[in-house]
Design a protein around this ligand. Structure first.
Ligand SMILES: [Fe+2]
Length: 294
């Protein structure tokens, strides 16, 4: 197993932004020693029925970064989301920063390049992003050293990003009463997700974990922050001594009953391009719907 450079004595300031339309949580993460920051998992608003894209959520992130006088160094995508669209390029244009994703984005681009019948102008080499992370890769936000952990299972390109004592888990885990994310997208695997979750739960007990999604199960208020210790003890899918076998059986049965996420078709086309909306041959923004293609 990779030897990760964990340092929980660094405690970044984490500001969360909940997007009600997609139940996504975006974050501004600030280096405690400087004014440098990162944004994790931004959201671009879409009214899919109308084909209308707007930027209320991203504008709020931008406003906050400016109001706090922060310098944006990184725009991190934990994975290619299937349920919301990334606003990474919109934010980058206004605040700078490098857009980073897991290096296995190329697998996702290959699979969905075929599904959406993309031409050769759609590069499957991850070149739409500024940085492609491998397992254990280190990078800095100001003076704070951060690293990426490769955590496939939900998708082949999922990474957990660890910044001091804060880990941004993407869709590897939900809050303890939410369990885990589905594994039935192309390239997903319940066995692999279980192993990835165990990597996350091998981080120090006190590590703060920040979710990408919360759906407020059983009517509770929306939450997004927990700890490794709490997940180990209470996660309904993997905590409290559940075995890999239990998890794989449960996850596979559950996934077989799930419908497609409402925004999967626009999300994949945009997110596999690092948040750029594809264009038609005349250069106009245009999305496709592959009939019976998913
Ligand atoms: Fe996801």
């Amino acid at each position: 197993m990779t030897n990760y450079p964990v340092n929980t004595s660094l405690k970044p300031d984490v500001q969360a932004f909940f997007d009600e339309a997609t139940n996504t949580i975006s974050y501004i993460v600030k280096d405690p020693a400087s004014n440098s920051c990162a944004i994790v998992d931004s959201v671009m608003d879409i009214d899919y029925a109308a084909g209308r894209i707007t930027f209320e959520h991203a504008d709020e992130l931008i406003r906050q970064v400016k109001a706090r006088g922060l310098t944006l160094e990184w725009i991190i995508e934990t994975h290619v989301h299937a349920d919301h669209l990334s606003a990474a390029p919109y934010i980058q244009e206004r605040l700078g920063g490098k857009i980073g994703v897991g290096s296995k984005i190329t697998v996702v681009q290959d699979v969905f390049g075929k599904v959406f019948n993309e031409g050769t102008e759609f590069q499957r080499d991850g070149s739409q992003f500024d940085a492609l992370f491998e397992d254990g890769d280190r990078y800095r936000i100001g003076e704070m050293e951060c690293f990426a952990m490769y955590t496939p299972g939900h998708t082949p390109a999922c990474m957990v990003h660890v910044m001091g004592d804060a880990a941004f888990v993407g869709d590897t885990l939900f809050m303890p009463d939410g369990g885990s994310a589905r594994c039935d997208f192309p390239g997903g695997s319940a066995e692999t997700l279980y192993d990835s979750i165990m990597k996350v739960l091998a981080l120090p007990d006190e590590m703060r974990l920040f979710m990408c999604h919360d759906y407020g199960p059983n009517g509770r208020d929306i939450q997004w922050e927990t700890t490794v210790a709490d997940e180990k003890a209470h996660n309904i899918h993997v905590g409290g001594g559940k075995t890999k076998e239990d998890f794989v059986k449960f996850r596979t049965e559950r996934d077989a009953q799930l419908g497609m996420p409402r925004l999967i078709i626009p999300s994949l086309q945009v997110n596999m391009r690092a948040g750029e909306v594809p264009t038609d041959k005349d250069g106009n923004p245009m999305l496709k719907v592959p009939v019976n293609g998913l």
